[in-house]
Design a binder for this molecule. Structure first.
Ligand SMILES: Nc1ncnc2c1ncn2[C@@H]1O[C@H](COP(=O)(O)OP(=O)(O)OP(=O)(O)O)[C@@H](O)[C@H]1O
Ligand SMILES: [Mg+2]
Length: 285
């Protein structure tokens, strides 16, 4: 743990990195929730963050978003100036129509046109004059995504954005988020409780446990089944083990098509010091 921790400093942006955190510490009273965390996220990289309830995921995300002024550290915190945050609840302003929710706080030329374009990207341009209360939960989250991405952020921070949605809507939102990310190419840090969501969406998955990033695993799924299913099952099993979940079910899935010796679960991830390695050189196995 950092001794004599001081407030984090900012440093000039590294060209290849969207996020660079060194020695980040967050305490609440005597309790250390984030214990000297280091993390680099490359530009355009999609990272998922898993962890048990209360492990500090939202606290970490708030620190990156600049919403927490009491984070400490001996190192530095580097995030892009253009970042957007999406939460589990859409947090739309109920007294503003959809288009005005998307333009809220937006500056520059053709604000309304950009908002309409963003609403079109999430399939809601025909509803631009609706009120938030007239939308379903999934539709409200789509507006929240439009509001986040209309700014073309270099970093999108998302705290369980699909956690309150039904399974079918969540799958549709996954497809939408993938499409939006291909278009806007932000770096993404997605906090989720859903291991499959993390594997499906992210290029890299972290687990936060007892204040540390204890797992940092790259996801390189083969294009074709059954290799894709095998790799998905293998990573899921590894993650569940590290989340303290009974892996009997995952064992049953993977036993049908055992991993080769060089694909042992122990080799698909490493501990927090891997975060110092450039992400693009990391391998899942
Ligand atoms: N403002 C605060 N004051 C005191 N303790 C706090 C504060 N904010 C968070 N905590 C504590 O920090 C710990 C981490 O909280 P956090 O919300 O980051 O967890 P989380 O991993 O996001 O959990 P969940 O998965 O349930 O959303 C919890 O034990 C929480 O009680
Ligand atoms: Mg949380």
């Amino acid at each position: 743990m950092a001794q004599n921790a001081e407030r984090l400093t900012t440093r000039p942006q590294d060209k290849a990195l969207a996020v660079s955190v060194q020695h980040l510490v967050r305490r609440f009273g005597s309790r250390t929730v984030l214990d000297n965390i280091d993390l680099d996220i490359s530009k355009g990289e999609f990272v998922a963050l898993l962890g048990r309830s209360g492990s500090g995921k939202s606290t970490f995300l708030r620190a990156l978003a600049g919403l927490d002024h009491d984070v400490l550290g001996e190192g530095s915190l580097q995030v892009p100036s253009t970042l957007s945050v999406v939460f589990q609840d859409a947090r739309l302003l109920p007294w503003k129509r959809l288009v005005d929710n998307v333009t809220f706080g937006l500056s520059g030329a053709n604000v309304k046109g950009r908002a309409m374009q963003a609403l079109e990207e999430v399939g809601l341009h025909n509803r631009h004059l609706s009120w938030p209360a007239e939308l379903s939960g999934g539709e409200q989250q789509r507006v929240a995504l439009a509001r986040a991405l209309v700014r073309n952020p270099q970093l999108l921070l998302a705290d369980e954005p699909f956690g309150a949605l039904d399974a079918l809507t969540r799958l549709r939102m996954h497809a939408l988020l993938r499409r939006l990310c291909r278009h806007h190419e932000p770096a993404v840090l997605l906090v989720t409780h859903d291991v499959d969501e993390a594997i499906h969406l992210a290029q890299r998955i972290l687990i936060l446990d007892q204040g540390k990033l204890t797992v940092d695993v790259a996801v390189n799924l083969p294009d074709h089944s059954p290799a894709r299913e095998n790799e998905t099952a293998r990573i899921r099993r590894y993650l569940l083990q590290h989340l303290g979940v009974d892996t009997d079910l995952a064992d049953a899935t993977t036993s049908a098509s055992p991993a080769t010796p060089d694909q042992a679960p122990d080799q698909i991830a490493a501990t927090s010091d891997v975060t110092r390695t450039p992400a693009r050189t990391r391998r899942a196995a």
